[in-house]
Design a binder for this molecule. Structure first.
Ligand SMILES: [Zn+2]
Length: 515
């Protein structure tokens, strides 16, 4: 690369690496730790030779280790310290300095590892959360924290989201290190906490330790690697460059509180249930943006199902809202990933938490349901969606409230959402994007590669809000059955898919190796 700011220092290091040769047990990460950014130091310090453990080069073994740590986040963070300690030991044995960053909540920690590069070019940061959503243990067919391998798949909470991705990221980096590879910039691996919920996630980290995570480009979870209808052949490899806009509504019904021996006609629970029913089957109108148009255009090229391709073409060429909605229904019905594709086409609303009643002999005065919504940036504005929901429930005894931050008015919350809604997707003009694209073409030669919208959210905000490009991949091909188990029961990914995904990551990082 061109950013050789260290003068002769690089030549010395290259010559040194050249003599040692690939595969030698010299480890780049810690060898020059500190001097790449110090400026002017050209003499390598003698340090003990270290090598990653061969087991950690195997993404499956590494993922099994990660899954064994119970990092469930019930809403206010999880216990991530033992998991971070395991990774810290692993990094240090490979000669890579790593630091545990405590948060105000005990044992809820971040881990930052930094592989020193040969120049002071802005670092590449890998962002992978260690916390996982809770499990309903009774509904799992295996122990969710045992890393069970069964039927060619690895099962466990976080196997997909996102310890599997972390295992692929880290195993691929360790393989480069074991070969004596050096990168042309620092590579920071941030294993964060409080991604699924909690107050001390990446925003807190950015406010308190920006110097440790300041980077020029970031890769995290996001883009799906989709298969053809046979559920195996790679079809579409996507990298996400934008997340949907996250907001919540509360539907609140009021009634008369009274003795349950004499049921009243204005029961809050009955009124709320009717409102839920009215919204339950309803779908917000389809909106297409430049990002989602490109995605669906790529999907049309990628699929081997002609009827599906034709449906997508009709969707993309539809001239009216009515035609667009009708074509979208056909696309979703024909898709092998129907819930994903339904979500990418519109604002979604999901009923997530219901709250009513407290005692058997009391009919409650209030019933509430929280509705989690995800808007398409540049598509339908959250304020327009809210107005539509209110219109649909008008005269039905239910109040629709936008859930804002504490003390925030509805209009202020809407203005905040307007800003997120108007945010631009990450530019695809970056060395990281090019590396992802090139690695995809080599690893999945028969598949189409495409940028995409992420139907969910990530921790990328601290970087993207500072103008740093951020992207997402889950580097394993998966089928719809695996996809819908994300945040559900019996979460799992394919073992071969994980191995191939790790190869993909290895090739991606190879683009940053010095030659
Ligand atoms: Zn996740």
């Amino acid at each position: 690369m061109s950013e050789h700011t260290q003068g002769t220092g690089n030549i010395d290091r290259r010559a040194f690496l050249g003599r040692a040769g690939a595969g030698a047990a010299l480890i780049a990460g810690g060898l020059f730790a500190g001097d790449a950014l110090a400026g002017g130091t050209t003499t390598a310090r003698a340090m003990p030779v270290r090598a990653p453990s061969p087991a950690d080069l195997d993404p499956l073994a590494l993922l099994q280790k990660m899954l064994a740590f119970d990092t469930q986040n019930h809403g206010e963070g999880g216990v991530t310290r033992p998991h971070a300690q395991m990774l810290k030991t692993m990094w240090e044995s490979a000669g890579v300095p790593a630091e545990i960053i405590p948060t105000p909540k005990a044992d809820n920690v971040h881990l930052v590892a930094r592989i020193r590069g040969t120049t002071s070019a802005a670092p590449l940061l890998l962002l992978g959360h260690s916390d996982v959503v809770p499990v309903e243990r009774a509904k799992w067919s295996v122990d969710p924290f045992a890393g069970v391998v069964k039927d060619g798949q690895i099962w466990g909470r976080g196997a997909l989201d996102m310890k599997g991705a972390n295992a692929a990221f880290i195993a691929a980096l360790l393989r480069h290190i074991s070969e004596g590879g050096r990168f042309d910039r620092d590579v920071i691996v941030l294993t964060d906490c409080d991604e699924e919920a909690g107050s001390y996630g990446s925003r807190w980290l950015a406010e308190n330790h920006w110097d440790k995570i300041n980077a020029g480009m970031v890769l995290t979870e996001g883009g799906w690697f989709l298969a053809q209808r046979d559920r195996k052949t790679p079809m579409l490899i996507t990298v996400t460059r934008q997340d949907k806009v996250y907001f919540n509504l509360d539907l609140v019904a009021d009634g008369t509180a009274t003795h349950s021996s004499k049921p009243n006609p204005d029961s809050a629970i009955v009124t709320l249930s009717r409102a839920v029913d009215r919204l339950g089957d309803w779908l917000a109108p389809v909106t297409l943006t430049p990002v989602t148009r490109e995605y669906f255009g790529s999907l049309a090229k990628a699929t081997d199902d002609r009827a599906f391709r034709r449906a997508i073409e009709l969707l993309l060429s539809a001239k009216s809202q009515h035609a667009r909605d009708r074509a979208a229904a056909v696309v979703v019905a024909r898709s092998s990933y129907p819930w994903l594709h339904r979500a990418l086409l519109r604002t979604t609303h999901a009923f997530v938490i219901e709250d009513a009643g407290y005692k058997e002999n009391v009919i409650p005065s209030t019933a509430t349901v929280r509705v989690n919504c995800r808007g398409v940036p540049g598509g339908q504005r959250p304020r327009d969606f809210l107005a539509q929901v209110r219109g649909r429930l008008a005269g039905r005894g239910v109040t629709v409230k936008l859930v804002g931050n504490p003390g925030e008015s509805e209009e202020d919350a809407l203005k905040r959402l307007d800003q997120t809604f108007a945010g631009a997707p990450s530019s695809i003009d970056s060395p990281l994007y090019a590396a992802i694209r090139d690695a995809a073409r080599v690893t999945y030669p028969g598949a189409v590669f495409s940028p995409a919208l992420f139907e969910a959210g990530t921790s990328l905000y601290p970087w993207t809000s500072r103008g740093v490009p951020g992207y997402g991949v889950y580097p394993y091909v998966l089928d719809n059955d695996q996809l819908v188990r994300m945040h559900g029961n019996d979460e799992r990914i394919g073992v071969e898919a994980l191995r191939t995904g790790t190869e993909f990551m290895y090739r991606l990082f190879d683009r940053f190796r010095t030659r």
